[in-house]
Design a binder for this molecule. Structure first.
Ligand code: ATP
Ligand code: MG
Length: 331
């Protein structure tokens, strides 16, 4: 269920690793809007810049990552919009977790092994809600656990006493602790089996409906992405190459890369598809091909493709869809 009001607008975002000539341009000219209540899926092969985009947006980029340009505008429910990139570190601390939270790739292993689930959840709450009493914090921690389908008696467990799926759900509970407007999940379930993955995502989408937050969901698993996202953006070599409603892109992928990606995985439901995959390997970001970065691997390559980078724009004959591909350019 998505309304049309934007909650996050990413405009012209660029992120590099390193400085000067040797800099790796990991995220390039990204324009992307997340709407209130929406689940936005982000897909792309390993190294396409998905995590870098998530870290850039939340200002959690590890060094030598630097944001070299762009704007990330957050629209609160009330009041003026905020450019996240211009927040001072103090403002940023208050902003993170309470407005926007991020579940890191591999986060289930980042729980502190020597602290109970209770103390890890209540620590987050205490840091941001100092006015709450200890018993209120514990009560909140228990209700967060039950939100993600874990019984409250697990509060006194240590991480090693929990299954992988439970640890992952504790991380999601932590991300929800302060009722954020936006939750970014970076490969939240890859280490888990398929049944557990779907169970967690079902819970999350149910919560999204109840609590009305927005989700950015990053995964390699295209079938999960299609099942749980409202809209999908496909990344290649640091750029978004196509963006569409999940159902639309599943039905018709306009970019040959999206098409390849969607045919690299067996669908969970629906008719069987032939798995064609994508020949070749992702581009070297330090030596990008000229023009469209995908052209050396593209089955539909033609003269225009190595000349100029195609920008994400409207598609001839398919109103409302956008793609960055010379096959579909307006001219
Ligand atoms: N600290 C770093 N220094 C230099 N380059 C980096 C660093 N971290 C990431 N990169 C490069 O940036 C690019 C994007 O990486 P990123 O982790 O964002 O990709 P990803 O799409 O999240 O991949 P995956 O699906 O494997 O998680 C990669 O080519 C990677 O090699
Ligand atoms: Mg990643």
């Amino acid at each position: 269920m998505s309304s049309t009001a934007p909650v996050l607008e990413i405009k012209g975002l660029n992120v590099n690793y390193g400085l000067g000539e040797k800099a790796v341009r990991a995220v390039r000219d990204i324009n992307l809007t997340l709407h209130r209540g929406e689940v936005l899926g982000l897909a792309g092969e390993s190294g396409s810049g998905k995590s870098t985009l998530a870290y850039g947006v939340t200002r959690l980029l590890p060094p030598p990552g630097v944001i070299t340009g762009g704007e990330v505008r957050y629209h609160p429910r009330e009041g003026a919009s905020i450019d996240i990139l211009s927040l001072e570190s103090e403002q940023l601390r208050a902003f993170r977790w309470s407005e926007i939270s991020l579940v890191f790739q591999g986060a289930m292993n980042s729980l502190n092994p020597v602290h109970t689930v209770r103390s890890q959840l209540t620590d987050v709450i205490r840091a941001h809600r100092p006015e709450m009493s200890k018993s209120q914090r514990v009560e909140r921690a228990a209700s967060l656990l039950s939100l993600v389908g874990i019984s409250a008696d697990r509060l006194s467990s240590f991480p090693h006493q929990l299954s992988g799926g439970m640890r992952q759900r504790v991380m999601i509970a932590m991300a929800l602790a302060l009722d954020p407007e936006i939750v970014i999940l970076d490969e939240p379930t890859t280490a888990l089996d398929v049944v557990m993955q779907r169970q967690i995502l079902k819970q999350l989408t149910r919560l999204r409906n109840e609590l009305d937050f927005s989700v950015v969901f990053i995964t390699h698993d295209i079938s999960l992405l299609i099942e749980f996202s409202d809209r999908i953006a496909i990344m290649y070599g640091g750029r978004i190459v196509e963006e569409a409603k999940a159902k639309e892109i599943y039905h018709t992928a306009h970019h040959p890369y999206s098409h390849g990606l969607l045919h690299s995985f067996p669908a969970l439901h629906g008719p069987r598809r032939e798995l064609t995959g994508i020949p070749g390997s992702p581009p070297d970001l330090t030596a990008m091909p000229s023009g469209c970065a995908f052209h050396p691997r593209c089955p539909k390559v033609f003269e225009a493709c190595d000349q100029k980078v195609p920008v994400l724009g409207p598609i001839r004959g398919d109103a409302g869809r956008t793609v960055a591909c010379w096959l579909h350019a307006e001219h």
